[in-house]
Write a protein that binds this ligand. Structure first.
Ligand SMILES: Cc1cc2nc3c(=O)[nH]c(=O)nc-3n(C[C@H](O)[C@H](O)[C@H](O)COP(=O)(O)OP(=O)(O)OC[C@H]3O[C@@H](n4cnc5c(N)ncnc54)[C@H](O)[C@@H]3O)c2cc1C
Length: 223
């Protein structure tokens, strides 16, 4: 079932991505409470035709649900073009309750996220909730983006590093930029992960892996 929700805030994350926050009325608080990693479906009807797309919730799970998604522009994409070029604060969008099983309910342990591009969105919610709610948990985030300027949620991830220096580890690779201080360049492909992972972690002692991003990256990481 879809619920009409008002857009409360639109924040530009990069040249081609925005974060959209919806106002959740008090009576829908329980409906929109999410487990970190879940997504929502958004629906728009144009000329009688329904466009329905899925976006991951990027905010941590808290008692007072903060419903925010990060949307990256896809060239000629019907919904993302509307979200970036037309959608405005105060507009109403039809939103379905959070769903999905790509989740982590906070528990002690060592968890790893390997993400590419907008794949950061659910993993940001997972890592932020875990670190805030579970003092005996650690999270290692290995992320890949084309350039620093195109990286979604750069600040939010940097905040995690400042807030949890002992429990949050970040490796950020940029595939289209020359190597910068502390940032290895090049694609995060299978050979790269094979050399990187054993140097970073005890692979056998990882309690959960969260892979999200382009097909090739997820396949390589799985192997
Ligand atoms: C579980 C899940 C979570 C997701 N989370 C996020 C997220 O957090 N952030 C995010 O940005 N995205 C996310 N996505 C992707 C998102 O759902 C959309 O797929 C994405 O925004 C593109 O939608 P669109 O309507 O803009 O593009 P579409 O209109 O679906 O078009 C996509 C591409 O296909 C091409 N195309 C469309 N129609 C045709 C056609 N008839 N012939 C040939 N080519 C065509 C378009 O040119 C475009 O390049 C998620 C997807 C899933 C499944």
């Amino acid at each position: 079932m879809f619920h009409p929700l008002q857009v409360r805030e639109i924040e530009r994350l990069t040249d081609d991505a925005v974060a959209v926050t919806f106002a959740v009325p008090h009576e829908l608080r329980e409906t929109f409470r999410h487990t970190p990693g879940q997504h929502i479906a958004l629906r728009r009807t144009v000329d009688g035709q329904e466009i329905r797309r899925t976006y991951s919730i990027c905010t941590p799970a808290t008692d007072e649900p903060l419903l925010r998604v990060g949307i990256r522009l896809v060239e000629d994409g019907a919904f993302s073009t509307y979200a970036l070029k037309e959608l405005a604060v105060g507009d109403t969008v039809e939103v379905m309750a959070p769903a999905g099983r790509f989740t982590l309910a906070p528990r002690p342990g060592h968890f790893v996220g390997i993400v590419g591009g907008s794949g950061i969105t659910p993993v940001l919610s997972i890592a932020a909730t875990l670190l805030a709610q579970q003092p005996d948990a650690r999270f290692c985030l290995i992320r890949s983006d084309r350039t620093a300027a195109s990286t979604m949620f750069l600040e939010e991830v940097a905040d995690l590093k400042d807030r949890y220096p002992d429990r949050f580890q970040l490796i950020h690779t940029l595939s289209r930029e020359e190597q910068q201080a502390g940032l290895p360049s090049g694609r995060l492909d299978e050979p790269r992960l094979r050399s990187l992972l054993p140097a970073l972690l005890k692979i056998d002692s990882v309690d959960g892996w969260y892979l999200c991003g382009p097909y090739g990256l997820v396949q390589g990481a799985e192997r």
